[in-house]
Design a protein around this ligand. Structure first.
Ligand code: DGL
Length: 268
C-alpha cells in the first residue's frame, strides 16, 4: 500500500473536524480527505442500521479516493458501524475508530477507579465503552449519561454563555456522574465545550478529550504499518453531503481555520 495515499476521516457533520485538526497538527505531511455527512446529521439520534447504511456509502467514496486509512471520527458511527465497516473495507484500507484509543488510555490509567462518560443517545445506549473497558479491566466502574442537547447547541455556536453553562452543569450534576476521577468526552463535538467542563470540575477530575489521543494512536498505527507519508503532495479536501453557508462558517469553530467545502452527495 502506498504511503502517499490520503487518510479518510468522516463524521456526521463538522464535529469530526476536531479529530482532523489534531491529526493535521500531529501529522502535517499526511493528506486528509474529510467527509461530513451534513445531509444526515445528527447521527446520535438515529438507529444503528441507518448509521451503518450512511457509513458504508461514505467508505465507498473514501475508498474510491484511494484512502489508506478510514478514521471514523464520530463516536456514534464508531459505536454503531465499526465492525461492519472493518468487514466491508477488508484489506483495502486500515479502519480506526475513536473509541478504542480512549479505552486503552482509560484502562492504562484508571484501574479500580470510577469514571464517567457523556455522549449521544446512540453512543451511550450502545454500551460500547463500558463493554470494551470491562473486557480489559473489570475493576473500572463507568457511569454513562446521554447528553443530547449538547450537539445542537455546539453546532449553533451557542456554547459560551450562561444558558449553555447551566445546561452543561445540569448534565454534569446527574447522579450517574458523581464521584468520578475522569470524564470521557464521548462525542467529537465536545472538545469545544472542554473549557466549560474543566471549569465545572475545577481540576479534580480529568476531562478526556479523544482528539489528541486518537491522533497519536493513528500515528503509532501508521508507523507500525510503515504507512507514514514522507511529504505532502496534494492539499487536504473537505467534502460534505449538503452545503450551506453556516456549515462553512462552522468549519472555523471545529478546525481552527475556515476551510472551503465541496458538495459530494451520498446518493447521486
Ligand atoms: N460527532 C458525533 C459523535 O461523535 C455526534 C454528532 C451527531 O449526533 O451526529 O458522536
Amino acid at each position: 500500500m502506498s504511503k502517499q495515499r490520503p487518510i479518510g476521516i468522516f463524521d456526521s457533520g463538522m464535529g469530526g473536524l476536531t479529530v482532523a485538526h489534531a491529526v493535521s497538527h500531529l501529522l502535517p505531511e499526511e493528506q486528509l480527505i474529510y467527509f461530513g455527512d451534513s445531509a444526515h446529521l445528527p447521527y446520535g439520534d438515529k438507529s444503528a442500521a441507518t448509521i451503518q447504511a450512511y457509513s458504508i456509502k461514505i467508505c465507498d467514496i473514501l475508498l474510491q479516493k484511494g484512502c489508506k486509512v478510514i478514521l471514523i471520527a464520530c463516536n456514534s458511527a464508531s459505536a454503531a458501524a465499526y465492525e461492519l465497516i472493518k468487514a466491508y473495507v477488508g484489506s483495502k484500507a486500515l479502519v480506526i475508530n475513536v473509541i478504542d484509543p480512549v479505552v486503552q488510555y482509560v484502562v492504562a490509567k484508571y484501574g479500580q477507579k470510577r469514571i464517567g462518560l457523556i455522549g449521544t443517545k446512540q453512543t451511550v445506549g450502545s454500551g460500547v465503552y463500558e463493554y470494551q473497558v470491562k473486557v480489559q479491566d473489570s475493576s473500572i466502574q463507568i457511569g454513562s449519561l446521554a447528553t443530547p442537547l449538547l450537539v445542537p447547541m455546539i453546532e449553533e455556536g451557542f456554547h459560551k454563555n450562561e444558558i449553555s453553562e447551566a445546561i452543561i452543569e445540569k448534565y454534569l450534576k446527574n447522579e450517574t456522574l458523581i464521584d468520578i476521577e475522569a470524564l470521557i468526552l464521548g462525542c467529537t463535538h465536545y472538545p469545544l465545550i472542554k473549557p466549560q467542563v474543566v471549569k465545572y470540575y475545577t481540576q479534580k477530575t480529568e476531562v478526556i478529550d479523544s482528539s489528541e489521543i486518537v491522533a497519536s494512536s493513528l500515528h503509532q498505527i501508521l508507523e507500525k504499518n510503515n504507512l507514514l507519508a514522507e511529504k505532502r503532495i496534494e492539499p487536504n479536501q473537505f467534502l460534505v453531503s449538503d452545503i450551506t453557508p453556516s456549515f462553512e462558517a462552522a468549519t472555523e469553530l471545529f478546525f481552527g481555520v475556515r476551510v472551503p467545502l465541496t458538495l459530494h452527495k451520498l446518493w447521486e
